[in-house]
Design a protein around this ligand. Structure first.
Ligand code: NAD
Length: 474
């Protein structure tokens, strides 16, 4: 049985406690994984503090080389990494490979950002009294970063924190989700092999609250970057005091489909958006508002396409939908479907679960108050309602406590421009699903979807302190 220790100060460190990690689909035991205590988390912070000088003194070209090297090493071990994700997260293998490919690119973007973290000059004589002075800004590493990540993209969402943090010369304590620690340790080992100074990246797996409370409240941790659920994110913000915090939280992402949209293109994109990785994606397509002129045709074709989706073993090359992350989620989602039905919704397809796998489910005419519509469903469930215009659709999109990304399919430029202005979200995708993301674009939410932006350049900036310098020539 594989025993996975903590990774602190460049060493695999035995923990006082271990828990058994099982694959969500097969139930197979994957490893005994360390569950860090508060003291062990403090030791990880101390190691990160110690490594600060080595990282601060490392020139940008060396930080970039390290990140390029990591990216190349990951490319060589792509299949091994994808299998780890497929097993511990029940992510279908093709989606797991796609995640690794994005992770390789995210670290490459981080390598590039390491070389272009710049300040600017300030025209001092623009102010009376500023004559004869030179002013400029510079960006310095913020210090020790506490990074807390969710289960659903265990490699790439960790890369969105570790990559920019190292690019900007910081050190990190990474706390992966309970269900997906092996991905984090895999990356930590690669960084170690690549020559990262000991202590620059530490990994502590285990209970969220035990480890999270230490990281969030520790005086030596300068910044918390969290991706996960709104409930946990809100708790972190309330405990963090003056510490800088970035929160990447959930959503109930929506798309609007106008009457002139080309359904041959739209339907496959909506299937991808709603069902990839069984809907356990923060920008998974959950709500569809389709123009009444094409609604019947759309619903019929979309439901037929949903029925074709292959479900089952994540290691099967054809699988698109596998087990939900826990059996509790299966129970919850079936209850939510039942609640929607009681409230008048009809099930066009799906609505049943077998062996931990919820079948792709399409619900029609769902009232706005039903949980499947107004809360984050995080499962392969999509609700479809009809609207008489994109304007009406926009009102429904905004009728949400969340606002991460939204999509609009329309060929009318004025309609598109108006939707861009009016939709309340961190990103608007015209002629695509809200689920679209590449890793250098700014990414983050409004309302309860979060605070701050990721996307390597934007994250790297948040992981620095802006210092202003003035030289008096008088
Ligand atoms: P989660 O909030 O349950 O857990 C996320 C992380 O927080 C885990 O590492 C967990 O151990 C830790 N945690 C738990 N309690 C904590 C506490 N009290 N203090 C500090 N940390 C604690 O989320 P999850 O189920 O792993 O992931 C799903 C959620 O993540 C969904 O809401 C999804 O939308 C969101 N998500 C958001 C984005 C984004 O970029 N906006 C991306 C992916 C996932």
């Amino acid at each position: 049985m594989k025993k996975q220790h903590l990774f602190i100060g460049g060493k695999h460190t035995e923990s006082v406690r271990y828990t058994t990690l099982q694959a969500p689909y097969s139930g197979e035991t994957l490893a005994e994984v360390a569950s860090a205590s508060a003291e062990e988390t403090e030791a990880a912070v101390a190691a990160a503090v110690q490594a600060r000088q080595a990282m601060c003194q490392m020139p940008a070209h060396q930080r970039a080389d390290l990140l390029y090297k990591l990216s190349a090493m990951l490319e060589e071990r792509r299949e091994e990494a994808a299998r780890i994700v497929a097993l511990e997260a029940a992510k279908p293998i093709t989606a797991a490979r796609a995640e690794i490919d994005r992770t390789i690119e995210t670290y490459r973007f981080a390598a590039e950002e390491a070389k272009r973290l710049t300040g600017e000059t300030v025209p001092m004589d623009a102010a009376r009294g500023g004559e004869g002075r030179i002013g400029y800004t510079m960006r310095q590493p913020i210090g020790v970063i506490g990074a807390i990540t969710p289960f659903n993209f265990p490699m790439n969402l960790a890369a969105h924190k570790v990559g920019p943090a190292l690019a900007a010369g910081n050190t990190i304590v990474l706390k992966p989700a309970e269900q997906t620690p092996l991905s984090a340790y895999f990356i930590a080992n690669l960084f170690h092999e690549a020559g990262l100074p000991d202590g620059a990246l530490n990994v502590v797996s285990g209970d969220g609250k035990t480890i999270g409370d230490v990281l969030v409240q520790h005086p030596d941790v300068a910044y918390i970057t969290f991706t996960g659920s709104p409930a946990v994110g809100t708790g972190i913000r309330s405990k963090a005091g003056l510490k800088r915090v970035t929160l990447e939280l959930g959503s109930n992402a929506a798309v609007i489909i106008d009457k002139d949209a080309d359904l041959d293109k739209v339907i496959p994109r909506c299937v991808t958006g709603a069902f990839t990785y069984q809907g356990q994606v923060c920008i998974s397509l959950q709500r569809i508002y389709v123009h009444e002129a094409i609604a019947e045709n759309f619903i019929q074709r979309f439901a037929a396409a949903a029925e074709q989706v292959v479900i089952g073993d994540p290691l099967n090359e054809d699988t698109m939908v596998s087990a939900l992350i826990t059996s509790k989620d299966v129970k919850r989602t079936l209850e939510w479907i039942e609640e929607a039905k009681q409230a008048g919704a009809s099930v066009a397809v799906g609505g049943k679960a077998e062996a931990g796998v919820l079948r792709p489910t399409v619900l029609v005419n769902v009232p706005r108050e039903a949980k499947v519509s107004c809360q984050e469903v995080f499962a392969p469930i999509v609700v479809i309602n009809t609207v008489n215009s994109v304007e009406e659709g926009t009102k429904h999109v905004n009728d949400s406590m969340y606002g991460l990304q939204a999509g609009v399919f329309t060929n009318d430029i004025q309609t598109a421009l108006r939707a861009v202005d009016e939709i309340e979200a961190g990103g608007v995708m015209i002629n695509d699903i809200p689920t679209f993301r590449v890793d250098h674009m700014p990414y983050g939410g409004v309302k309860q979807s979060g605070i701050g932006r990721e996307g390597v350049k934007y994250a790297a900036e948040e992981m620095t302190e802006l210092k202003f310098v003035m030289f008096n020539k008088n």
